[in-house]
Design a protein around this ligand. Structure first.
Ligand code: 5RP
Length: 260
């Protein structure tokens, strides 16, 4: 029941439900990772089961793949789909130009590949994800396990000449052990506080041997759908330069909340 959902979950759900309405039968759709993207997948599952929506979904993680199959979505790989009409994903931060930090859930590599192979990328988020300048959320950088400490040292050395506020880096852990991504890599979280030039940093980080990808998504996102706890939804389209608002009515006995 929605009454048991926190305002933040209601906000995430509102954004996800609005985004689900962008998916049409016949589309190939990238499915993001994280708690907001999980709401999207549940909303799409409901449309598949109850309204006969037929589309192919390309998940960006094993977690999303499992959930998508569970709710009845036809799951295909990116290579089967080749090119996507649309990708919908969450974000850890977005700025006024719709540049993003992603990878809080550790899926940034697949997320970036899938979003880049899409005609359109739509981010769904609660309002707390909006920032004036990226960098407060630690920037995830995926590195291969071989020599990861050397890669970390090279990253820290590189940060000295970058326009950032902090330079501390930490290995992401999963309890007592290092976290492993779906590709078997590690994540270094860069505690930068404030990133002066995100475009330059994204390019420089990817030049360092051992770095697979970084969580800065520059010029990839086309649209952000921001949900609020009261059901308000704001959609900003960076290409069209438009902002629109709508209101979601939470349906108290919505099936989607049953197992949450
Ligand atoms: O980048 C991501 C996963 O790698 C997520 O999209 C990001 O962490 C946002 O997650 P949530 O919707 O749970 O706040």
């Amino acid at each position: 029941m929605t009454g048991e959902l926190s305002p933040i979950d209601k906000a995430k759900f509102a954004a996800a439900k609005q985004a689900a309405s962008l998916v049409e039968s016949g589309m190939r759709v990238g499915l993001g990772t994280g708690s907001t993207a999980a709401w999207l997948v549940r909303c799409l599952g409901e449309l598949v089961r109850e309204e006969g929506l037929r589309f192919r979904g390309v998940p960006t993680s094993s977690r999303t793949a499992d959930l998508a199959r569970d709710v009845g979505i036809e799951v295909v790989s990116l290579d089967e789909a080749r090119w996507l009409d649309l990708t919908i994903d969450g974000a850890d931060e977005f700025d006024g130009d719709l540049n993003l930090i992603k990878g809080g859930g550790g899926a940034l590599l697949q997320e970036k590949i899938v979003a880049t192979a899409s005609d359109q990328m739509v981010v769904i988020a609660d309002a707390a994800k909006e920032v004036e300048r990226l960098g407060n959320f630690p920037l995830p950088v995926e590195v291969i396990p071989f020599g990861w400490q050397t890669t970390q040292a090279l990253i820290e050395e590189t940060l000295v000449s970058m326009d950032v506020m902090g330079r501390q880096t930490t290995l992401r852990m999963n309890g007592e052990r290092p976290f492993f991504t779906d590709e078997g890599n590690h994540i270094l979280d860069l505690h930068l506080g404030r990133i002066g030039n995100a475009r330059q940093l994204a390019m420089v980080l990817n030049q360092i041997p051992g770095v697979v990808e970084n969580g800065l998504f520059i010029d990839i996102c086309d649209k952000v759908i921001i949900g609020y706890g009261d059901g308000r939804v704001e959609t900003r389209d960076i290409n069209a330069g438009t902002v629109s608002e709508s209101q979601l009515d939470f349906v108290e006995d919505d099936n989607i909340f049953r197992d949450i």
